[in-house]
Design a protein around this ligand. Structure first.
Ligand code: URA
Length: 411
């Protein structure tokens, strides 16, 4: 296959055959197709798009570039959720153990935070000892024991996506519906799922800025799922204000534990239930019962122990990761909260050190925000808008200025 011709054909908007796409991805994974050719191909796809048949072929080729999960005969339904990311989105930490309580197996392979959106793996690693680096065989053994595993992508899991995603990140080719679909769905389908629910976000704190773009991405991912024989549901959700009241790694784990204990902010709890409902065979009422009677929390404790952590540390997370400076931001005028700009809050959390600007950065588990006000809530002058957890006074001042910009209070 002559790669320059293939790139030129895509540049002219031609449809490539599944075999051509498969060979391209095979060559790229083996290192026979260099990054410069793959970058040009990604840019051609960015401008010309791909047909559903091409996207399905790309997804399959990326999925087949490594190992897929395989399960023993007679296994329970295998289900998962994927979110296209958002600010304060800690749904996975609650949904995975909750859904496992219904008898499904949840093999959740997650990512790290990049830019303003946080990552499930970073949040989990704020629990001392929690090991996300496990192989597929060990993951399946854990599923047999407790029905849930939360792990990172291994070197043998969709290696083509690992390479291509890093390349897209530095070549301006991330926001392509075809490439996002293939990237997300190759990883989810390599989990060999029966059912998948997609939480597709739109708004200032999301990848997709408009509802229309989010709808197009959802339709594209559903089409690939159908093509591959997996039941895929998509739920569109605005990401204009952060989810829940906490943003930052350990702060989000603390809020997740409150939700697993039957409490937590109502928007977070409702979203967990909305998404879980799509992939389980029990009713919403039964899911609520599992949250309220401690069953989901016990499953989370089991999950923490299975990954090398100690559930006795969970009630002490605030102490374990206490930031040097924890101070309130005070409202200077009263009224009703009309806006909490998720994008700005995410940016502020990133600058406090909760996220990473490039893949090789580390994250600070302690910093971020909690007790954040929600849209529609009344507030008086002198009441707190949120608490900032910062390393230094300079960081605090920066975050305070950004929060003042992010939060609008209508008199
Ligand atoms: N998440 C992914 O895994 N891939 C993308 O392309 C975008 C978001």
């Amino acid at each position: 296959m002559h790669i320059p011709t293939l790139i030129a054909r895509k540049r002219e908007g031609e449809q490539l055959s599944p075999r051509e796409i498969e060979q391209l991805i095979e060559g790229y994974t083996k290192g026979e197709v260099p990054d410069y050719q793959m970058s040009a191909f990604a840019m051609a796809v960015f401008f010309k798009g791909m047909t559903p048949v091409e996207i399905a072929a790309l997804t399959r080729a990326m999925m087949d570039s490594g190992d897929c999960f395989s399960y023993p005969d007679g296994h329970p339904p295998i289900v998962d959720k994927h979110s296209t990311g958002g600010i304060g989105d800690k749904v996975s930490l609650i949904l995975a153990p909750l859904v496992a309580c219904t008898g499904c197996w949840v093999p959740m392979v997650s990512g790290r935070g990049l830019g303003i959106t946080g990552g499930t793996l970073d949040k989990l690693e704020s629990i001392p000892g929690f090991n996300v680096h496990i192989g597929l065989d060990q993951a399946v053994s854990q599923l047999r024991e407790i029905g849930v595993v939360m792990m990172g992508q291994t070197d043998r899991f969709c290696p083509a996506d690992k390479k291509l995603y890093s390349l897209r990140d530095v070549t301006g080719t991330v926001p392509s519906i075809a490439l996002i679909t293939a990237s997300i769905m190759s990883k989810k389908l390599a989990e060999t799922l029966d059912r998948l629910v997609l939480d597709v976000k739109f708004g200032s704190g999301a990848f997709m800025q408009t509802r229309e773009d989010a709808e197009a991405l959802a339709a594209s991912m559903i089409a690939v799922g159908l093509e591959m024989g997996v039941e895929v549901h998509a739920v569109l959700n605005p990401m204009s204000e952060p989810l829940g009241r906490a943003v930052g790694n350990s702060l989000e784990v603390i809020e997740s534990i409150q939700t697993l204990d039957g409490g937590g902010p109502s928007d977070l709890r409702e979203l967990v239930l909305d998404l879980s409902e799509k992939i389980v065979s029990v009713t919403r009422g039964e899911l609520i019962e599992l949250l309220d009677n401690g069953t989901a929390r016990r499953k989370f404790d089991q999950l923490v122990a299975a990954h090398g952590g100690n559930s006795a540390d969970l009630p002490r997370l605030a102490e374990i990761h206490q930031a040097p400076l924890i101070r309130e931001v005070i409202a200077t005028a009263g009224g009703v909260v009309s806006k909490v700009d998720a994008g700005l809050v995410g940016q502020a959390a990133l600058q406090l050190g909760a996220g990473r600007s490039k893949a090789s950065d580390g994250v600070d588990f302690a910093v971020g925000f909690d007790q954040l006000v929600k849209c529609g809530e009344p507030i008086h002058a002198g009441q707190p808008v949120c608490r900032i957890h910062a390393r230094t006074a300079v960081d605090f001042d920066m975050a305070e200025a950004m929060i003042e910009k992010a939060v609008t209070i209508k008199p």
